[in-house]
Design a protein around this ligand. Structure first.
Ligand SMILES: NC(=O)c1ccc[n+]([C@@H]2O[C@H](COP(=O)([O-])OP(=O)(O)OC[C@H]3O[C@@H](n4cnc5c(N)ncnc54)[C@H](OP(=O)(O)O)[C@@H]3O)[C@@H](O)[C@H]2O)c1
Length: 281
């Protein structure tokens, strides 16, 4: 495994929700890698220890000792870390930011000598079924291999140009919320028609999982599967007609567009604030 050969120590700076999920997954995949987690509160440090990481408030020491660093603080805490640890600790290290909004160019200008990657994942990291987008400006192939192997441990990875990260945040970051809402609505429909909630809930999750596998395996447009299920004069077409008349499809398209717009707004605000805080022109 490349990770164990090239990376002996990983620092997770900011072991909160996403940081802890990453620690847990790395521990399960690469038990030989040493993990150092940082945080401020006792509860954060205790939780990191329970997950098998060394825990400290000392970001500088954690970063200095690590071969690879994951930055998982909230974006507005990032300038504090940069000022606290100084410029000498980053040289030659692989740094992966999972922080929302902060662009690769900005990271490069404040982490001198670091090999920088930006990753955007989702809540499904907790079950190692995440879809993670990763971008880099000039990462070399061997560093990309390390980053890829590490994030494969959380689920599936996709190398994407940085310009897609905001859309990714809307589609994949918010995706679990949108899908959960649709699941909830379908369950309520079954309950309204007389089925007990627990049975309906399990059934629709099976349908979701099965349909995802079917679509992936057959590699066809979703409309083909829809048409196969849609018998003339049957059950499905009656339901589809309601979906059509209520504009479900256009509502979902607009949902994504609205989430993307907001993701871009938030990203731009974060980027502006960070550049101001760190005096970057
Ligand atoms: N949650 C997700 O699914 C997800 C997915 C993709 C990206 N992200 C991004 O990942 C970042 C973190 O999100 P989150 O939801 O995991 O937030 P979170 O739970 O608040 O975690 C942030 C952690 O950073 C720690 N921290 C803050 N200041 C620090 C400092 N000076 N030194 C060391 N640690 C410090 C906090 O420690 P204390 O609690 O001890 O103060 C906290 O545990 C955000 O930028 C978010 O956009 C999150």
């Amino acid at each position: 495994m490349i990770i164990c050969d090239r990376v002996k120590v990983i620092a997770v700076v900011g072991a909160g929700k996403i940081g802890s999920a990453i620690i847990k997954a790395i521990k399960e995949c690469y038990s030989d890698v040493n993990l150092i987690a940082t945080g401020r509160r006792d509860v954060t440090l205790e939780n990191a220890k329970l997950l098998g990481a060394e825990a400290t408030r000392n970001n500088k020491e954690a970063i200095s000792r690590a071969d690879l660093i994951i930055l998982s603080v909230k974006p507005h805490h990032f300038p504090i870390i940069v000022k606290e640890v100084g410029k000498d600790v980053w040289d030659g290290k692989i740094v992966i930011s999972v922080m929302a909004g902060i662009k690769l160019k900005t990271l490069s200008s404040v982490l001198p000598g670091a090999k920088i990657f930006r990753a955007m994942t989702n809540i499904n990291t907790s079950v190692r079924k995440a879809s993670t987008a990763i971008s880099t400006l000039d990462g070399d192939e061997s560093d990309k291999e390390v980053v890829e192997e590490l994030f494969k441990c959380l689920g599936t990875i996709y190398w994407v140009p940085e310009e897609y990260i905001d859309i990714w945040t809307a589609l994949v970051g918010s995706g679990p919320a949108f899908i959960s809402e649709i699941v909830d609505a379908l369950v309520l429909g079954a309950v309204a028609s007389g089925m007990p909630r627990d049975i309906a809930y399990k059934a629709i999750l099976d349908v979701l999982e099965g349909t995802a596998v079917l679509l992936k395996n057959r590699d066809v447009h979703p409309a083909e599967v829809r048409d196969e299920v849609t018998t003339p004069g049957g059950t499905t077409i009656r339901g589809l007609a309601v979906m059509e008349s209520r504009g479900i499809k256009s509502a979902l398209i607009e949902t994504l567009e609205a989430a993307y717009k907001r993701s871009r707004e938030i990203g731009n605000d974060i980027e502006l604030n960070i550049r101001k805080e760190l005096n970057i022109n």
